[in-house]
Write a protein that binds this ligand. Structure first.
Ligand code: SF4
Length: 310
């Protein structure tokens, strides 16, 4: 069986930074370290950090007084930051700089007196964080059909921003609908969708062209991983999102001669290696990697940790 790996796949710079922040904080301050929410959407990553002494909590008030507190890569609402401040918790912010950029952009539009349309998925922590960072009216939508139902005070004072991990094509359809209803709307087009999301989506589309089945390694609650599965499926091939090799159903590959593998931005490379090992147990594998974009993005550590690991 031919097994083809998408390029790029797996960890993005924001996820690498967030994990490294927890690891460096554990080294510098010693356990326990408290992390609000899953640091990134991956059970394997969370369990590995938990074993080293990281505690994951949903609420700031669950964190003991004085404990080092880390905000996840998805970002947090201002109210959460303020609550941590009131409690005097020493905070290290692992919010991805590309998510912070969207927060700043949204607030800038709100400062111009515009109502904000946020394109994204309700319930995702990034969306809760972004909505809670903008001091002004924010409308959350995810589909073009929802544009007609928007009620705004002044149709000439509207701006849009987007979640970082959306499908580029789906988002473009929503933006087109917004522009049709609000011709003077301003916004970043699809540029808020981060480089890692766009690169992985392009690679998944390429992969889907040349294989019979696409396996996306990623967590069920990972937005960018779900989009990869959808993009491969839209290209007309069977596509499955699996957390790890154990979740693979051999029946999916029954009639396949070429299997494509990609991985969401929060999925560690070991999970892809374990999946390839499982395929090798099932059959002879001829492995190749698609040519693709090389990523060199790296974000700086927060100031509290810049003196660690050199
Ligand atoms: S997917 Fe993009 S926005 Fe999210 S953590 Fe990675 S680089 Fe940052």
């Amino acid at each position: 069986m031919r097994v083809v790996l998408a390029q790029p796949r797996g960890f993005c710079a924001g996820v690498e930074r967030a994990i490294e922040i927890v690891e460096r904080a554990l080294e510098k301050y010693g356990p326990p370290i408290y992390v609000r929410h899953e640091i990134v959407h991956n059970r394997h990553v969370v369990e590995r950090l938990r074993a080293k002494g990281a505690h994951f909590v949903d609420e700031i008030d669950e964190i003991p007084a004085g404990a080092v507190t880390i905000f996840s890569a998805h970002g947090v609402a201002s109210a959460i930051e303020q609550r941590a401040g009131v409690r005097g918790l020493p905070v290290i912010d692992a919010t991805c700089p590309l998510v912070s950029k969207v927060h700043i952009e949204g607030q800038r539009y709100a400062n111009q007196g515009r109502e904000i349309v946020l394109i994204g998925h309700a319930g995702h922590p990034e969306i809760e964080g972004t909505m809670g960072r903008i001091d002004g009216r924010v409308h959350l939508i995810s589909r073009p059909e929802e544009v007609a139902r928007l009620k705004v005070a002044d149709p000439d004072r509207v701006a849009f921003i987007t979640q970082t991990t959306l499908s580029v094509d789906d988002t473009r359809a929503v933006i087109d609908a917004l522009k049709e209803r609000f011709p003077t709307i301003v916004g970043p087009d699809t540029k808020d969708i981060c480089y890692a999301t766009q690169n992985r989506q392009g690679a998944a589309r390429e992969l889907a062209r040349i294989v019979d089945v696409v396996l996306v390694v990623g967590a069920p609650n990972s937005s960018n991983s779900n989009r990869l599965r959808e993009i491969a499926a839209e290209s007309g091939v069977a596509s499955y999102l699996i957390e790890d090799a154990a979740a693979l159903d051999p029946l999916w590959l029954k009639d396949a001669s070429a299997v494509g593998i990609t991985a969401g931005a929060s999925a560690p490379a070991e999970l892809v290696e374990e999946l390839i090992a499982r395929l090798r147990e099932m059959t002879d594998v001829e492995l190749s990697v698609l040519p693709g974009v090389t990523e060199n993005v790296r974000f700086r550590m927060p100031s509290q940790l810049s003196d660690t690991r050199g």
